[in-house]
Design a protein around this ligand. Structure first.
Ligand code: DGY
Length: 427
């Protein structure tokens, strides 16, 4: 093990709260949904039991309808806004937020089982069956609550559900959302991190309006779907869901759950077909769809290429996507940018409006490899590893200068480092 791999493991231990891992202290003092899935995949490389525990703690927050919330508030903390008093969700005994996050969960479950097999670690079958059931309920929830018309693309009802909170992809839809007049916005994030790296106050006022609206709907998914001004059929989330579905179906096979495996595969087929239909030749990338305005979301962001994770592109499309992606990387200190530098919305240090995120690279690299673009995948992996080795386990990177931004000692960056360096050792 290298010194940096040891340091990455120490980041995970420092952020361990006795079974679950916070993304970083103070800025994010609870358990976050997709953060924990990546963290579990990091743990799986050296402590399979601990990886299982990470998912089990997340499932403590799962709702009766299958939704796994984006935050589980295991312990109180006053260093974060909005806390449980703002969410006002009915979940007990552990309070949670009322929205979700990208469903990386089943990818993590499969990675854990693969690691256990490889390392010959015996996991208690009941624990795995419970995690499988939780993942299956989560996938069913996505299709029932977020794709009631059966299009194959699942919808987000809040920018936070994308994990890419203030992406330019949401600008037009968010402009329709009023600013809150009911809940005072008492931001804590800008006390921990430079405000220039975070979403703007106006974004927060709209984020919180949506929380107020959904609390007013009693967190009923049908009512939320009906009343929301923000409803986006999202390619990034759908690609992750489809890929996680492939993994979940493989887990179902391993558990002998044949009927469920077929059910999951049918969901995956529906999503893959819909993702393929979201390609736009004129742009050389994929687009999400605003279900309120009924328009394509054409703002270029990292999401434009996430469908590679779940699709096997025909050569012409694959080459066009690669050309476009390589164009976005030109002249950058580190890639892949969450918004291309050529966009008028590009901001090198502001959260999801330009910066590079190691876990997005993780997914893109997986998608590039799946599509036979191994050389590009290796470049991206080496670039990410080099960026982390230069500036440490920061939340994200300025693509122009390579500087580390946002929170420090960040769990998912440490997990990504462990994953990438383990991959390099294999190749
Ligand atoms: C935040 O608070 O910044 C989160 O991204 C919302 O989950």
């Amino acid at each position: 093990m290298t010194d940096l791999q040891d340091a990455a493991r120490r980041v995970l231990s420092a952020n361990d709260r006795g079974g679950y891992t916070v993304p970083t202290p103070r800025l994010y003092p609870f358990q976050w949904n997709w953060d924990s899935a990546f963290v579990a995949m990091g743990f799986a490389l050296f402590d399979v039991e601990r990886a299982v525990t990470e998912l089990e703690w997340l499932v403590r927050g799962q709702w009766a309808d299958g939704m796994i919330p984006h935050i589980v508030f295991h312990q109180p903390s006053d260093s974060y806004f909005p806390g449980p008093d703002v969410w006002r969700t009915p979940h007990t005994p552990v309070p949670t937020s009322g929205i979700t996050q990208p469903p990386v969960f089943a990818m993590a479950l499969k990675a854990i089982l693969d690691a256990a097999r490889q390392k010959k670690v015996q996991l208690e079958p009941g624990r795995i069956a419970r995690l499988f059931d939780a993942a299956l309920a989560f996938h069913r929830w996505w299709y029932a609550a977020r794709d009631p018309d059966g299009t194959g693309l699942v919808a987000l009802l809040h920018p936070w559900e994308s994990g890419s909170d203030n992406s330019p992809a949401w600008d037009a839809a968010l402009a329709r959302v009023p600013v809150t007049t009911t809940t005072p916005v008492r931001r804590k994030d800008t006390g921990h991190v430079d405000a220039a790296m975070r979403p703007r106050d106006e974004d927060y006022a709209r984020f919180i309006h949506l929380v107020d609206l959904y609390a007013d709907c009693g967190w009923d998914p049908v009512e939320q779907w009906r009343r929301t001004p923000f409803r986006i059929a999202d390619i990034q989330t759908t690609a992750i869901l489809a890929r996680a579905g492939e993994d979940l179906a493989a887990v179902a096979d391993g558990l002998g759950r044949t009927d469920e495996a077929s059910e999951i595969r049918a969901m995956v087929v529906r999503s893959r077909t819909a993702l393929a239909g979201a390609w736009r030749d004129a742009l050389g990338r994929f687009v999400s769809r605003d279900l309120v305005s009924r328009e394509d979301v054409t703002a270029p962001t990292q999401a434009s290429f996430l469908p590679l994770l779940a699709l096997d592109l025909a050569p012409a499309r694959r080459d066009a996507a690669e050309r476009e992606m390589r164009g976005w990387c030109e002249g950058l200190a580190v890639a892949f940018p969450s918004t291309p530098r050529s966009s008028p919305h590009f901001e090198a240090k502001r959260y999801w409006r330009g910066p590079v995120w190691a876990v997005i690279n993780w997914l893109l690299i997986d998608g590039l490899e799946r599509n036979g673009l191994a050389e590009f995948a290796a470049d991206l992996r080496q670039g990410t590893v080099a960026a982390i080795e230069r500036v440490g386990f920061c939340e994200y990177f300025d693509p122009v200068t390579g500087e580390g931004c946002g929170g420090e000692g960040f769990s998912w960056t440490a997990a990504a480092y462990l994953h990438f360096t383990a991959m390099s050792a294999r190749t």
